[in-house]
Design a protein around this ligand. Structure first.
Ligand code: SAM
Length: 255
């Protein structure tokens, strides 16, 4: 069933209705060809998800009555933040889309020494708006209860500072020959660091990888360097592998 994330102000509790507006209203009428009486799911993206029945249709706004409060159980217990060194081209869109489907809670794009793409502040606002739209659409398709937040681009130093705010911070490093992902996850599980509301930060380098100096700085800041196995993954693959392995071990992939 089609679902939409609506800003809280589009829920009218006093009238037991919601209004679907803008692009969502257009999509519902033009693409989904919805009619009076049809039902869709609306979420405020925080703590409320409802089944609604369409009562009124006009070009830019659809009014629907709330017919049922729905359970919100599609989010993972542990909050995983993906920190991704800006990749070339539109790979970031793929990372956001797939990471959202799998269940990432937040994305932190950042710049590191070998980041190839030139950061352009002017383009930043437009790009960030596009990325957030991709996250919203992927979350709707995945029937999630929340839309992951795409943060603005971090400097390397800003990213390092986030490590101490997380319960667990891993930096994916293909030259790491000691700490393999599975035992590192199991150790964090045993230490109770992957439970409800805990926060994991997973950092992935750009196409050219991290420098040894960056890995050293990251470890000093509280990151743990982990290997994702013997094969070299593309930058757009690595976060998905780390996220999926973590969720598999914590039982979030149907465990
Ligand atoms: N240095 C790599 C090479 O020799 O081709 C390039 C980096 S790799 C394409 C991009 C990023 O994915 C890395 O910075 C790392 O974060 C992650 N990554 C790829 N394979 C990995 C592995 N086997 N273990 C841990 N991280 C990996």
């Amino acid at each position: 069933m089609q679902r939409y994330f609506l800003p809280p102000e589009q829920f009218q509790p006093s009238m037991n209705t919601v209004t679907i507006e803008g692009d969502d209203a257009h999509h519902l009428q033009r693409v989904m060809r919805a009619d009076l009486g049809d039902k869709v799911i609306c979420s405020n993206g925080v703590d409320r998800e409802v089944l609604v029945r369409i009562m009124e249709l006009d070009k830019t706004r659809v009014t629907a009555e709330i017919v049922e409060e729905l359970p919100m159980n599609a989010e993972s217990a542990v909050q995983v933040w993906i920190a991704q060194s800006l990749p070339k081209g539109d790979k970031m869109e793929l990372i956001i889309q797939k990471g959202t489907e799998i269940g990432a809670a937040r994305f932190l794009p950042f710049l590191s020494e070998r980041t190839i793409v030139q950061y352009d502040a002017k383009k930043e606002a437009k790009r960030s708006e596009r990325w957030q739209k991709i996250a919203k659409e992927a979350a709707e398709q995945a029937h999630r209860n929340r839309v992951p937040l795409i943060e603005s681009v971090y400097s390397w130093k800003q990213l390092l500072a986030r490590a101490k705010e997380a319960d667990v911070a891993w930096i994916c490093y293909e030259k790491e020959d000691g700490q393999q992902l599975k035992p590192v996850i199991q150790e964090a599980l045993a230490a109770g660091k992957l439970g409800q509301g805990k926060q994991v930060l997973i950092a992935v380098g750009p196409e050219g990888g991290f420098t040894e100096q960056e890995i050293k700085q990251a470890e000093e800041a509280g990151f743990r360097s982990v290997s994702l196995g013997a094969r070299i993954l593309r930058t757009e693959t690595a976060a998905m592998v780390g996220l999926t392995c973590l969720f598999y071990e914590t039982g979030e992939m149907g465990g």
